[in-house]
Structures are given as C-alpha cells and as structure tokens.
Design a protein around this ligand. Structure first.
Ligand code: MGD
Ligand code: MGD
Ligand code: SF4
Ligand code: MO
Length: 763
C-alpha cells in the first residue's frame, strides 16, 4: 500500500480538544512542581533534589558535586518535572513486610504498569518458587546461595540483562563477574535503544558516543534534531534550543509527528519571556514517513551537491568513501527521494540551504532514528551529511545521539556490551590474568530467542524490565518462563516481576538507589561527563535493602574466590574505581576522583579537531540504500478486502508521563490523548476509515490486537500513527536491525479497523 502525500498540519493540533495546551512545557509543569514540592512529600523531595548526585531520570545529566541543580557547564539550572517525577516514585513508602505473602501472583498479574509502580518501594527480598501461589520472603544469605548455584551453571547458559540507572561501579562489577565466568552474555537496555548509534559511529568515527560537549552545543549555528522528542524526554536540552533560537540560530526538526513542544516550548527556566507565551523552537519542521530518514538525508545531500554547498577540501583531507556517497546522491532521482520520504523537494532544499549555509551544525537524534530496521543506515546518512558539510571535528558542530537512561552510556563504557572494545578486553585479560571467552554473547533480542529455545538457565537482571521493554510480550513471557532462575535486582516493582517468571524460581532483591547508597558512586552523562554522587540515606526505615555493589561483589566472591583479584573487596567502590581507571580508556581520572572530587569529561570523546580514531585516522562515509517502505495490505492481517481497514506505520513510544515501561500518569495532555488505549492518527486517515475522533477501533499487529482503542486526531503525517508502549508491545513481533540488533519499534505495520468490520474477520 502506498502512503499519501503529506498534509502539513498547523497548530492548533487538536480541533476537537480545546484542553490541549498550545505549547510544550509551560504552566502544567510548574503546577506539577508546585503540587509535589508543596505536598507532604515536599521536604524529602527538596532534600533529594539538592543532594549532590546526578538526576535519576535522563542522560542529560543535571546535578552532581556542585548540587542537584548544576549542569556540566557549571550553570545553575532547574531540575525538570521529569526529575521530580522520578524522585517522587523512589520516595514512595516501602511495601509493608508480609505484603507479598497476602497477594497471589495471579492477583499481582492483574496490575497495570502504573498499579505495579504504585505498590511502593521494594523493601525485602522475596522468592517465587515453582508451584507456589505467591512470593515469599527470604534472607539475603539464602538469596546469595541460590544465585551462586544458578551462576555455577555452564557459562554459555548464564546471562545478565541491565538497565542504565545503576552506577558505573555496579556495571563494572557485573561485567567483570560474568566475563570471569567465561560468558559474554551481557544484554543491556541499550540494545533496544542507541545500539545503532554506537555501531554506526564506531564505523564512521572510531568513537561510539556524542562528539559534542555542552559548551560546544552552545556555540552552534544550527541544530538538526531528528527523531527525538526532547521536549518530553530530555527537557533541559530545550533550554539550550531556546537560547540558540534567541541568538538567531536555526533549528530544523525532522519528525513524522509534529510534537507541540518542538514547535513552541514554555520553559520554567525563563519565567518572564518563555513560560507562558512559549519560545519558538523549530525554524523548519519536516515530517517524513516513519523509517524514511535515509531518503530525506540523501535528498539533503543531493541538494547540497547541486548547489555546491559541500566542503570538498574537508572531504578530501579528512574522510574516505565520499566519492561513492556523492555518486549515490547524484544518481538517485528526486522522484524516488520524495516519494520514499514523503517530503517535497522544496522542503528538502530549504533544509539543505540552512545546513549548507550555517557556519556550524550539530546533528542530534533519538529513537526515531535508531528504532528501525535500517537504523544503522539512518545514522550513516546523518553522519554523511555532517561530513559533507565539514561539520565534525570543530567547535559548535558534530553528531550527538541524545541518550536515554541517566547512566546508560556509563554501562557501555564499563564494558556491559556484547561488542567489547579490543583494548578493554586486553586490559581485562591482564587484570584477570587469563584469556576471556571469544564466544559471541547474547544481546537483548538474542537473549530472548536463546531463552525461548531453552538455552538459558540463569538470568540476573540489574534493574530494568526485560519483559515489558521487548516486542511481543507473550513471546518475552514464554522465553523468560524457560529460564530456571530469574533474579531481579530492583528498586520498584514492575510488570516484569509479575510476568517475567523463571520456571523454577524468581527472586526480587530490593536495592538502594543513587541518592541512598552509603558510599559514593559515579555515572556518565550523554555528553561524556562523569558525575560523582555523594553518599545518602534511604527514607525506608524498616526495610531490608542492600547497595547493588554489596550483593554483586559478594556473589562474585562466592563464584570466583580471591583470585586473581580479591572479589569481595569490590564492595569498596574506591577499589572498583581504581580498577576502572586501570582498564577503561579515557576513565583514568576516576582513580583519583575520591580525593579530587573533580568530575570530568572522558578523554578522547569530544572532537574539536578532524582527527579520528579509525584505523586510517579519517572519518568514513558509507553508501546508504534507500529503504523499501511498502506496507502489507489489510488481507495479510486477516481482514477481508471489502472491509474498511487501513494499514498504517505505527510509531510506538513514550507518553508525556512515563519513564520507559513505568507509567506515572495515564494521559498525555500535550498530544490530547486522555488515556493509554489511544491511537493518534491524521484526520485524513480516520476519515478514510470512516471513524470520527474518539471513535473506537481495533488495532491489529502481526501477533496480537488491542481493542476499543480510542481514535485521537493529531499532527502526525497521514499513513503514520502513534501509540504507547509497553501496552502496545503485545501486538507486534520483533523485526530487528541486523548489525545492532535493535527492534523496529518506530515502524510497526498495523491494520486499523472499526469494530463493525470485526464481525467479518477471516479466521
Ligand atoms: N520522561 C522520560 N524521559 C526519558 C524516557 C522516558 O520514558 N520518559 N526514556 C529515556 C530513554 S531510555 C530514552 S531512549 C529516551 C527516548 O527519548 P526519544 O528519543 O525522544 O524517544 P521517543 O519518545 O520514543 O521517540 C522520539 C520521537 O521519534 C519520532 N519518530 C518516530 N519515528 C520516526 C522516524 O521514522 N523518523 C523520525 N525522524 N522521527 C521519528 C517520534 O514521533 C517521537 O517524537 O528518553 C529518555 N528519557
Ligand atoms: N514499543 C517500544 N518498546 C520499547 C521502546 C519504544 O520506544 N517502544 N524503547 C526501548 C528503550 S529505548 C529502552 S531503553 C527500553 C527500556 O527498558 P528497561 O531499561 O529494561 O526498562 P525500564 O522501564 O526503564 O526499567 C524500570 C525499572 O528499573 C528499576 N530501577 C530503577 N532504578 C533502579 C536502580 O537504581 N537500580 C536497580 N537495580 N533498578 C532500578 C525499577 O525496578 C524500574 O521498575 O525499552 C525499550 N522498549
Ligand atoms: S533534563 Fe534529564 S537530567 Fe536534566 S533534570 Fe530533566 S530528567 Fe533530569
Ligand atoms: Mo532507551
């Protein structure tokens, strides 16, 4: 089925919903802040906000040694509402002792994401044994015995999964312990997130993270923001965009959905001039077909070439592979480009004009780029455009993946990855005094597949929600159900704890979070800045919690003894930091941080010179084939050809008030979506289907369907739609990008039909 021509929507985006704010951020944010900080939880919230530690929520990395309100440039900034939301959730009372023994697992399985989170903080270790109806309390020493036995199984049959909220120290111990067992099965949430950025950037630049510092971002002449909704997910980045616009700089947004906050954003940081009336964000807003960014960027390149706006001297001096990429752009005709991406030649030319004439450009991107079957090509096509215009390796320019979890990047740096850098591998081999296994480890998707094939006996999850984050929730549940022992180390209960159950036993071990540990920890922001978090205290008085590193180091000691390192000594985070300094390139300064208290930018990451750590020392350009974006017809979903049903490219992602699989509030006021079971579509598609706004439809994917889904009209381009995860993960199977393993969460073919049509479904 072909997709229709674009219909550029203009605000107001929700004609029939007068309550939808006309700008992102704004007064609702202040209202939320006020309600929470002035409530009974206010004093504890303020104490935590002011604590010397990095914000829990996102990778923008606000807070640290100079107090909770300082950014990396040393400026005093406000913590955003997302930070308050995350802290407030962690400050909830502990789950009372005896709670788990009162509710059966089938009762707990009735809870939705929000209900699970609202149970409170996990406060004592529990186990669900096969055949028992409920989780029961166990002691930490029993938990350690069980974990030790589980991880003494054959190395290829044990695995870990992790999520980027824990510290560098926890991450480091985790990977060292698993690798010392002879296993490389270190799946991580980044496999579902920015793995395509790491994979792509390594090939292009020989580095794996953003090459732009916060200071450098402030200097740029133009930002191209692709597939990132930072107005929801990294709100303090919005302040930088506002300040740039105020200075007359250009901002191009590329997103199939016109996010109100990327059009106009009211920032509480600028109460007089921005909060109420809002600040303009995008100068140019392009709405491509989901999954078509490669075509759009090839179009931008073509336009740059046609008008001699590419930097041939730079390409010749500092890059390789440019000739083939230029040839690709030249020889791809405009008709192919515009029909693939759905953006007109005039709009593409407008973007190229801004990029080509800017003195420096930062290209930033999020999940709209990485969660596609051709996501590494997406990254390549952005990098190609940056290199063609000489925009990597100077101040104010570069490529900047906008990262997710607050320490997800630190996990990668610490070696929690199935693609370990050779230099780290060698350093770890020296430390452990033996060769490490060369067997390819399981990333997140291959872990689920291996588990489903009965190849995994034991799994340790350091945070996260492996069950609900994956596509095809039923498959994830079945796969986890074939693992004998599943151990969750977590701060809050989530859906995974009640649905992702091992065949023999499932343990939930409650741990202290970043602002509660009795020792200092470190984390790394998306801008490559290492933060030191001070020790703190938990508000949970009766609870039986442990610091993550205490449990991990004790488990490592039981598994590995005293050789060649004293594993139990890893309970001392200063010792762990010294090992990190020894083995992780760029992290040398962490060895001194306990004495100096100096937070630092990781060496070798920020590029202000066009010198690259690729084997040739040059940056590489890669040809990026245009994707085939054809969608299957309704009949392939089992819908009769004469029934009213349309197939749409569904983007699945976050609502305003959720953190990944954890839902805080059910509605998304900025998109006018009152609850979780909504689908946001363009009015033309709804009219084509014959469904009015607020009408109910069924949304069917390849493995399931959601019913009574409320149709909401919104500023999404025709042919595309938007729904929220984790609920929507039940309807589609994983289609992964092959080089990075990341699932295509942002282009899920679904058939939308009205319930009347359900009567005549085939089979
Ligand atoms: N409050 C809060 N903060 C968070 C998170 C959270 O859940 N809540 N999650 C954290 C994590 S782990 C991550 S990874 C980040 C996620 O932050 P983002 O990267 O912003 O992720 P999403 O909101 O899923 O999707 C981003 C945007 O991609 C657009 N998009 C979809 N398909 C395409 C496409 O084909 N092309 C283009 N150009 N755009 C497309 C969508 O319309 C959406 O606006 O945020 C982090 N911060
Ligand atoms: N359909 C769809 N699916 C997606 C995505 C999408 O856009 N669409 N996005 C994907 C992305 S980008 C990501 S990153 C994944 C997220 O996948 P995960 O990172 O696995 O999931 P989260 O929901 O962030 O995990 C939240 C849980 O972490 C635990 N936790 C919080 N803080 C701590 C801590 O300090 N220590 C420990 N030990 N535990 C803690 C709590 O128990 C909490 O319930 O989801 C992916 N899934
Ligand atoms: S932008 Fe991110 S790091 Fe900064 S305060 Fe908000 S959630 Fe925290
Ligand atoms: Mo993520």
């Amino acid at each position: 089925m072909s997709e229709k021509a674009p219909q550029q929507p203009v605000p107001p985006f929700h004609e029939t919903n007068a309550d939808t704010p006309a700008l992102g951020g704004g007064l609702p944010v202040v209202k939320y802040w006020a309600e929470h900080t002035l409530s009974s939880e206010g004093p504890a919230l303020w104490k935590t906000l002011l604590h010397n530690s990095a914000c829990l929520s996102c990778s923008w990395g606000t807070g640290g040694q100079k107090g909770g309100f300082t950014n990396e440039a040393g400026e005093k900034v406000q913590r955003c509402m997302k930070s308050v939301e995350a802290i407030s959730s962690e400050l909830k009372p502990g789950i009372p002792i005896g709670f788990f023994e009162r509710f059966t697992i089938s009762q707990l399985q009735q809870l939705d994401s929000r209900g699970a989170d609202r149970l409170g903080r996990l406060s004592y270790p529990v186990i669900l044994r096969a055949g028992r109806p409920y989780y029961e309390r166990i002691s930490w020493s029993e938990a350690l015995d069980i974990a030790t036995a589980a991880f003494q199984k054959a190395p290829e049959r044990v695995a870990s999964y992790s999520s980027g909220r824990s510290s560098n120290e926890s991450a480091y111990i985790l990977q060292l312990m698993i690798r010392a067992l002879g296993s490389n099965n270190l799946a991580d949430c980044s496999d579902m997130c920015h793995a395509p950025s790491t994979t792509g950037l390594k090939e292009v630049l020989g580095t794996q993270t953003s090459v732009v510092s916060l200071e450098s971002l402030k200097e740029t002449d133009c930002v191209v923001l692709v597939g990132s909704n930072c107005s929801y997910n990294q709100p303090r980045l919005m302040n930088e965009l506002i300040k740039l616009r105020d200075k007359g700089k250009q901002i191009i947004v590329i997103n199939p959905m016109m996010e109100i906050g990327l059009v106009k954003f009211g920032s509480p940081s600028f109460p007089a001039k921005s909060l109420v009336q809002g600040s303009d964000i995008a100068n140019l807003y392009l709405q491509p077909i989901p999954g078509s960014d490669v075509a759009l960027f090839v179009g931008i390149q073509k336009s740059l070439i046609e008008r001699n706006l590419i930097d041939l001297d730079y390409l010749q001096a500092h890059t390789e592979g440019a000739t083939a990429v230029i040839e690709q752009a030249r020889s791809t005709d405009w008709q192919t480009i515009t029909s693939t991406c759905g953006v007109s030649q005039a709009e593409i030319k407008a973007a190229a004009t801004i990029i080509g004439n800017a003195s420096s450009v930062v290209f930033a991107w999020g999940m709209g780029v990485t969660q596609h079957q051709n996501s590494v090509d997406n990254v390549f096509s952005i990098c190609n455009t940056a290199l063609m215009t000489g925009n990597i390796g100077k101040t104010g320019a570069g490529v900047m993946p906008v990262r997710g979890h607050s320490n997800v990047q630190g996990f990668g740096s610490m070696g929690v990855t199935v693609h370990l850098k050779q230099e780290i591998q060698q350093a770890l081999e020296r430390l452990l005094d033996r060769p490490l296994s060369r067997v390819q480890g399981y990333d997140t998707r291959s872990l689920i597949e291996a588990a489903d094939a009965g190849k995994v006996d034991s799994l340790l999850c350091l945070g996260g929600n492996l069950y609900a984050a994956n596509p095809n929730s039923n498959e994830a549940k079945r796969a986890l159900g074939k693992i004998e022992t599943v151990i969750y180390m977590a701060t809050k209960p989530n859906l995974g704890h009640f649905h992702g159950l091992g065949s023999q036993q499932t343990l939930i071990l409650p741990v202290l979070n970043r602002f509660e540990n009795p020792h200092k920890t470190t984390v790394e922001s998306g801008n490559n800045f290492v933060r030191l978090n001070d020790e703190g205290q938990t508000h949970l008085k009766e609870a039986d919690l442990k610091p993550e590193i205490t449990f991990l180091a004790e488990l490592a000691h039981r598994l590995h003894g005293d050789q060649p390192i004293d594993w139990r000594r890893l309970q001392d985070p200063e010792y762990v930091r010294r090992l990190i300094a020894q083995t992780i390139p760029g992290y040398e300064k962490i060895g001194e941080i306990d004495r100096t208290k100096k937070e630092f930018t990781i060496g070798g990451r920020i590029l202000d010179q066009p010198k690259f750590s690729t084997p040739s020392g040059k940056a590489a350009l890669f040809v990026t084939p245009l994707p085939d974006l054809s969608l299957p017809g309704p009949e392939s979903f089992g819908i009769l050809a004469d029934q009213p049903g349309i197939v749409l490219a569904l983007m699945t992602g976050r609502s305003y008030s959720q953190h990944n699989t954890v839902v805080y509030q059910i509605g998304d006021q900025y998109r006018g979506m009152p609850h979780r079971n909504c689908i946001l579509v363009n009015r033309l598609d709804a009219q084509h289907l014959g469904v009015a706004e607020h009408g109910l439809v069924t949304v069917r994917g390849d493995v399931g369907q959601l019913e009574k889904v409320e149709v909401i009209y919104g500023a999404v381009r025709p042919g595309a739609a938007l729904m929220f995860y984790p609920e929507v993960n039940v309807i589609f199977s994983a289609k992964n990008e092959t080089r990075s393993g990341t699932p295509a969460y942002k282009r899920v073919p679904v058939c939308v039909y009205s319930p009347n049509a359900a009567l005549s479904l085939v089979s």
